[in-house]
Write a protein that binds this ligand. Structure first.
Ligand code: PLP
Length: 372
């Protein structure tokens, strides 16, 4: 949809894109400066494959300060974005026919990565009425002797589902009975939690389960650094080592300049994150209010990330039950969104509210007009 929106825009159409998954803020100046300094200082060579020592220390600081996880720098791998970390975890550990439980609606890449690794995707269907969260009982029903991973993304893309500590405790309790089941905790949206509570993550809530958890984080979403391509992962030593071997023989080290920028991101000022969060929260409130006032559309209030997952079931007959047609219809009316079916959902679409309020206002106006 992003590509089609670009095409239409190039053809002179005025299109508002709410389909992309990145903050609209500029990368903080101290981060940009660190990248420039790295170039000026000739930091243009190979680095250690799994990241520079200083960056691993900075990442350990991030895991401790922001996620409450004690990570030994030796057990950290720095990757080209959170995406590479997730891919490496699955490729390094999933065998033919192993089952990976993926809560749906899911981030588009999860099932593709599982399948690429030879695994079988086991969808864990979640519902708007539960704010798209599952609980321990839902999970228990899907665990089999073949279950290898549970993917847990909080705050989540595309629904904004955010798990409080109590729910994670319940999930942790179940996992103690299934020591072979591992959890891939994708915390890439951690700072964007609007509940007012501290971000909760399984490795912090259940530190005794450390050997069963791999936590992924990064700077892409938190620090508006999607183009730099830096992610970080920490988990059991065997897994981190296997990821390192995979990385060594595929991409090699993440870009040296980006690593220098990520050090500045983790070690530098963090106060702006709270300001950005407040901006996002105001945008969320605006969008949720407008969407729920449009006949036929509804969305729960997302507690994190910067997406709304919108149900359009009452309108689907008009689009032959095909939400891609609905998304294309909205695009023709000047707003690019992504159909729910792209995320393993149905009868709706996802919007990103990472855009200025005036832009969001206009987009909501267009959506209302398109569906009137
Ligand atoms: C849930 C989730 N995990 C991971 C990523 C990957 O982030 P990165 O850009 O750091 O690879 C994204 C990006 O859209 C995402 O939405």
């Amino acid at each position: 949809m992003t590509d089609r929106a670009t095409e239409l825009r190039e053809a002179g159409r005025d299109i508002i894109s709410l389909s992309v998954g990145e903050p609209d803020f500029a990368t903080p100046p101290h981060v940009v400066q660190a990248a420039k300094d790295a170039l000026d200082q000739g930091l243009t060579r190979y680095t250690p494959v799994t990241g520079m020592a200083r960056l691993k220390q900075a990442a350990a600081l991030h895991f401790r300060r922001d996620l409450g996880i004690e990570a030994d720098p030796a057990n950290i791998v720095v990757t080209a974005g959170g995406k590479q970390a997730l891919f490496e975890v699955l490729c390094a550990s999933v065998g033919e026919g192993d089952e990976v439980i993926v809560p749906a609606p899911w981030w588009v890449s999860y099932p593709q990565m599982v399948r690429f690794a030879g695994g079988r995707v086991v969808p864990l269907i979640t519902h708007a009425r539960d704010n798209f969260r599952f609980d321990a009982a839902d999970l228990a029903a899907l665990i089999t002797p073949k279950t290898q991973w549970l993917l847990l993304n909080s705050p989540g893309n595309p629904t904004g589902a955010t798990y409080p500590a109590e729910m994670l405790q319940g999930i942790g309790k179940l996992l103690r009975d299934h020591p072979r089941v591992m959890v891939l905790s994708d915390d890439i949206y951690a700072p964007l939690n609007y509940t007012g509570a501290r971000h909760a993550t399984l490795a912090n809530v259940c530190p005794d389960l450390a050997d069963q958890i791999c936590t992924i984080s990064g700077v892409s979403k938190s620090h508006a650094m999607t183009g730099f391509r830096i992610g970080v992962a920490t988990g059991p030593a065997w897994l981190i080592e296997a990821m390192g071997r995979l990385q060594s023989n595929s991409s090699g080290n993440p870009a040296s300049i980006s690593q220098a920028a990520a050090i500045a991101a983790f070690e530098g000022p963090q106060e702006f994150l709270a300001e950005w969060r407040e901006v996002f929260r105001a945008r969320r409130d605006l969008v949720v209010g407008r969407i729920n006032a449009i006949p036929g559309l509804s969305t729960p209030v997302p507690e994190g990330a910067f997406y709304c997952f919108i149900d359009a079931s009452p309108l689907m007959e008009r689009f032959g039950g095909d939400d891609t047609r609905l998304a294309l219809h909205l695009l023709e009316h000047g707003v690019a969104v992504v159909a729910a079916s792209a995320f393993g959902g149905r009868n709706g679409f996802r919007i990103s509210f990472a855009a200025e309020e005036t832009v969001l206002e206009e987009a909501m106006h267009r959506i209302a007009a398109a569906l009137a």
